[in-house]
Ligand binder design. Structure first.
Ligand code: ATP
Ligand code: MG
Length: 406
């Protein structure tokens, strides 16, 4: 299907590399893994991500369950994770949760480089602390992970969207600014003006972007506490030596964000789809989903984009090489090779055996193709003498061994 890929060993190994680095760093920061279903009730995303966001209004794969319930393939996973934590009573005023997930997400977008309809996100959610130090720790974790990968230069951009009332006042001001300019906006922005005015700020259309340059700034609408929060986050990042830029135009596409929002952006290699990871604080989300009033901060990163960046930066994932190819010259040798195959595998070695009864030469060619490290040729003579020759296929050196020593 369009925008949904079949994946083979090489792709999967590169993904595994990205994921294993994430798991290593996230676990050191005290995060543990969570997995939630791919199918969720549609209403979950309407309530959290927001009815008028692109994701919910245009991009979801929805279907009706046999009992009439509207369900969908999850387009993101913060909502699902928070739902799971609430349903399982894993968060409360004095119980924090630090979780991460890896899994497929689905959005019916126009497929292009770095944009698929089925894609994989690695994400993390930290619920339970409203403190700016939580934001700092969280951003440092993502920074540590990304800087441990050979993916070129990544820049961190941060902004604050304030508390709901501050954001509300700001939205009113934005609408008032853009309404007289309606005729000059692109068709999408004319719609956004009515439904999701924040999104006007990150429209890629040149005209809209120019008009947005002179729009009111959210920073003038932040109250004292939100301002202080934002300043403390910035100071904390500086303290840790984490470079960042501030953009009052960074708004993110989802309704649930409050205060800190951020993106990690690749400086080259991805074209227009250059955001590797994004996220923000969502202090009202757990309550909105029927849970306790517990604040949180989360992020999601696109694995496919990171794989593209790794490739762009010359990272090559080699397939696993056999330690040994067992090669047989005759029926007695083949029987011995077959016995050894299992004995050696049970010792933990990657051993290859050719089931086709072919010549020694073609078995050797197979060993070369698989890039085996060593080859052992077995025939009647070796079986009888109990001695054989192992050839190192890299150096060409040979050494004699006793079969019983293997
Ligand atoms: P974008 O700016 O690319 O539209 P977004 O704001 O929709 O991103 P989020 O919902 O925040 O993205 O998802 C977080 C990350 O997941 C993105 O930064 C990106 O790396 C990845 N991602 C999002 N949508 C897709 C997609 N359709 N295909 C591949 N990766 C995606
Ligand atoms: Mg998007």
């Amino acid at each position: 299907m369009k925008g949904m890929n079949d994946l083979f060993a090489k792709d999967l190994q590169t993904r595994r590399f990205v994921c294993s680095k994430a798991i290593h760093v996230f676990e050191n920061y005290g995060f543990s893994e969570i997995q939630t279903p791919v199918l969720e009730e549609l209403s979950l995303f309407v309530r959290s991500v927001g009815e008028n966001t692109d994701i919910v209004s245009k991009e979801m794969y929805t279907l009706e369950d046999r009992d009439g319930t509207k369900i969908c393939m999850r387009p993101e996973n913060t909502a699902g994770v928070v739902r799971a934590l609430v349903e399982n009573n894993l968060i409360s005023a004095d119980q924090e949760a630090k979780v991460f997930y890896i899994g497929p997400m689905f959005r019916r977008e126009r497929p292009q480089k770095g944009r698929l309809r089925e894609f994989t996100q690695i994400g993390a959610e930290f619920l339970g602390s409203p403190a700016p130090s939580a934001d700092i720790e969280f951003l440092a974790m993502i920074h540590d992970w990304l800087s441990d990968l050979p993916i070129g230069k990544i820049k961190l951009v941060v902004n604050s969207l304030g508390q709901p009332d501050e954001r509300g006042n700001y939205l009113t001001a934005l609408r008032a600014y853009f309404e007289p300019l309606t005729d000059k906006l692109c068709a999408d922005c004319q719609r956004r003006l009515k439904t999701n005015v924040l999104r006007l700020l990150d429209c890629k259309n040149e005209n809209c972007s120019k008009l947005a340059d002179a729009a009111p700034s959210i920073h003038d609408y932040l109250g004292e506490e939100s301002s202080a929060h934002f300043q403390t986050v910035q100071a904390g990042l500086r303290n840790l030596g984490i470079a960042f830029e501030i953009s009052n135009r960074l708004v993110r596409g989802l309704d649930y964000y409050t205060r800190t929002v951020f993106e990690f952006i690749a400086e080259s290699g991805l074209g227009a789809q250059n955001t590797v990871a994004g996220g923000g604080r969502y202090d009202g989300l757990a309550k909105e989903l029927g849970g306790p009033d517990v604040p949180g901060i989360g992020m999601a990163a696109g694995v496919e984009r990171m794989v593209l960046l790794l490739e762009e930066n010359g990272y090559v994932q080699e397939l696993k090489r056999p330690d040994l190819s067992l090669i047989s010259a005759d029926p007695a040798g083949r029987q011995k090779a077959f016995d050894l195959l299992f004995a050696l595998r049970r010792k933990g070695l990657f051993v290859d055996f050719d089931h086709k009864e072919r010549s020694v030469k073609s078995q050797m060619r197979r060993a070369d193709r698989l890039r085996s490290k060593e080859a052992l040729v077995l025939g009647n003579q070796e079986v009888e003498s109990g001695k054989a020759v192992i050839k190192n296929l890299e150096s060409g050196e040979t050494r004699e061994i006793r079969l019983s020593d293997l």
